[in-house]
Design a protein around this ligand. Structure first.
Ligand SMILES: Cc1cc2nc3c(=O)[nH]c(=O)nc-3n(C[C@H](O)[C@H](O)[C@H](O)COP(=O)(O)O)c2cc1C
Length: 219
């Protein structure tokens, strides 16, 4: 392996302003908004991309990237196929982790919580904002199923495109929809020199003012 490709030799020096407990808002969503704005302003490629990890009831994990499509005080929303691997795992075990890998800012945010399906009205409202081709794609793909070939997928797409020409209203696929992740913990990680990183974690604590306590974790 050449030195340039040796992962053990890859080392970035992080320089950034400290993350201070005293300056944190009482609620994690407010802090998320600050960092999400920074990620968007930093021209990160797809700052709303997050890694969603799920697990089977006996604890076998799986991860994949999905796009955050909405967030507010209730939680983080993404859209997918309910019959996909992640959908089946969430159906049996709602515990989930979300990770925003904002590496160019030497930051990451890690959420743990539980996922529940959003209402069909909310899904339909979002589905209607998707481009026509993405709407067809949601119908065409039996997400996570084994395909015989790419041709099989294209045939399904073309068949649907014939049935629903551009401009025609496409119904929401019954197996497609949103999940809202209600956070239990939200960790804000800020990289610093000498690996002396900041890790501040909000933990949902009903007795606390605002409903959250913040703890500092060793890096
Ligand atoms: C940048 C990026 C964004 C993605 N966004 C989504 C998404 O919003 N919803 C989705 O179902 N899959 C999305 N995918 C595809 C997933 O990573 C994954 O392949 C798919 O959801 C099937 O996952 P599963 O078989 O583990 O359920 C995205 C992939 C990438 C790389």
């Amino acid at each position: 392996m050449t030195d340039a490709l040796d992962p053990a030799a890859m080392r970035e020096h992080y320089r950034s302003t400290p993350l201070d407990e005293a300056e944190l808002p009482a609620e994690p969503m407010e802090q998320f908004v600050h960092w999400f704005k920074d990620a968007a302003a930093g021209r990160l490629h797809e700052p709303n991309a997050m890694i969603v990890s799920t697990a089977t009831p006996d604890g076998r994990p799986s991860s994949r990237t999905v796009l955050l499509k909405h967030f507010d005080d209730r939680g983080f929303v993404f859209y997918t196929n309910y019959a996909s691997r992640k959908g089946r795992e969430l159906g049996a075990n709602p515990h989930v982790s979300l990770l925003f890998p904002w590496h160019p800012l030497t930051r990451q945010v890690i959420v743990t919580g539980t996922a529940a399906r959003v209402g069909r009205d909310e899904t339909a409202a979002y589905f209607r904002t998707r481009p026509h081709g993405s709407q067809l794609g949601a119908w065409a793909s039996p997400q996570s199923a084994v395909l015989s070939s790419r041709g099989e997928l294209l045939r399904r797409y073309e068949e649907l495109a014939g049935r629903y020409p551009a401009g025609e209203q496409i119904p929401v696929p019954p197996e497609w929809g949103g999940y809202r992740v209600t956070p239990e913990t939200v960790e804000f990680w800020q990289g610093h020199e000498n690996r002396l990183h900041d890790r501040l974690r909000y933990v949902r604590t009903p007795g606390e003012p605002g409903g959250w306590r913040v703890e500092r974790l060793a890096p």
